[in-house]
Design a protein around this ligand. Sequence first.
Ligand code: TXA
Ligand code: MG
Length: 333
Amino acid sequence: MNTVVYKPSKENIKICADLIRGGSTVAFPTETVYGLGANALDPTAVRKIYEAKGRPSDNPLIVHLADIKQLNEVAAEIPPLAYELMSAFTPGPLTLVFKKAPCIPDCVTGGLDTVAVRFPSHTVAAMLLRECGVPVCAPSANLSTRPSPTTAEHVLKDMNGRIPAILDGGQCDVGLESTIVDVSGGKPRLLRKGGIPAEALFPFTGPLETVESSEKALCPGMKYKHYSPEAEVYFSAFYDGMYETIAAEYDKLTASGKKVVIICLDINAPRYGTRNVYGAGRNFEDYAHNVFAYLRRADDEKYDAVIAEGVDSAGIGSALINRLIKSSGGKII
Ligand code: TXA
Ligand code: MG
């Protein structure tokens, strides 16, 4: 299959919407990461997503909608809390889990009786979804286990020849996936930390129960390897002495013959002297925006190991910590 990369003109968005309506898959930008979309009401199309990604089919997909008016078509029950959260945070990087409507096939939900829904704020995503007119289910557009794609080039690298089209909307703004809140039961539960910091939700939800592990594939990374480049990833805790610890680990790895790079805030780069660094930006938002791109770049540049600086757990920091811990497979220094 030939994979075509389209600039996001009106005409090209229409071509991509036609592909989705016709039962094909299309990768498209959102404000979090790139998604690989298909018509959520067409099981044959949905299966193409799992095939292209090499993803286990019990890992459920998020349904993307252009407009809150479509929510009734996919969700069976919409509790008042959901309306409050949607009016505060959507469109944007928040996914809500509802009891599902009968029209949503099992292959979208991994057999669960619930459906995850989000309304992306990215202009290209919103235009595409509006043009499609159908609910579009989309996981992140990476090969299963790889870091999520935040540029069209990342998608092409993983998906070239596996999907017909990629809409190129430049680099994603947030850089980490959406925050997932389950509102399908009595008490809301935080299923994944992401683009909306948990503490922003508390005024609406009260203290949120966080679901860290589950038998079922409730959330990415709970059950499967996730966010992993070829290089080994080491993640540092965030404390006063972390710079010395990171430098010592770097030197140890280098002495054993490995090519190593440190991901750090720009301001900290001088602390590492002549060691290789990727400057992640000025603050933790920049770090989140760049982190997946750097994990991929480390592979392109043939690094054997990446050491990622620790971050403060406030705001986007706690989602960033979550991704880096998973990506490191628990190698915390
Ligand atoms: O920001 C995002 O959410 C991106 C963009 C493309 O929208 N999408 C994304 O999809 O991160 P994915 O497939 O990589 O992660 C979605 C996760 C699933 O792995 C699953 O654990 C959870 O959402 N999920 C989906 N449906 C669910 C459900 N019914 N109940 C609980 N969790 C669900
Ligand atoms: Mg993913």
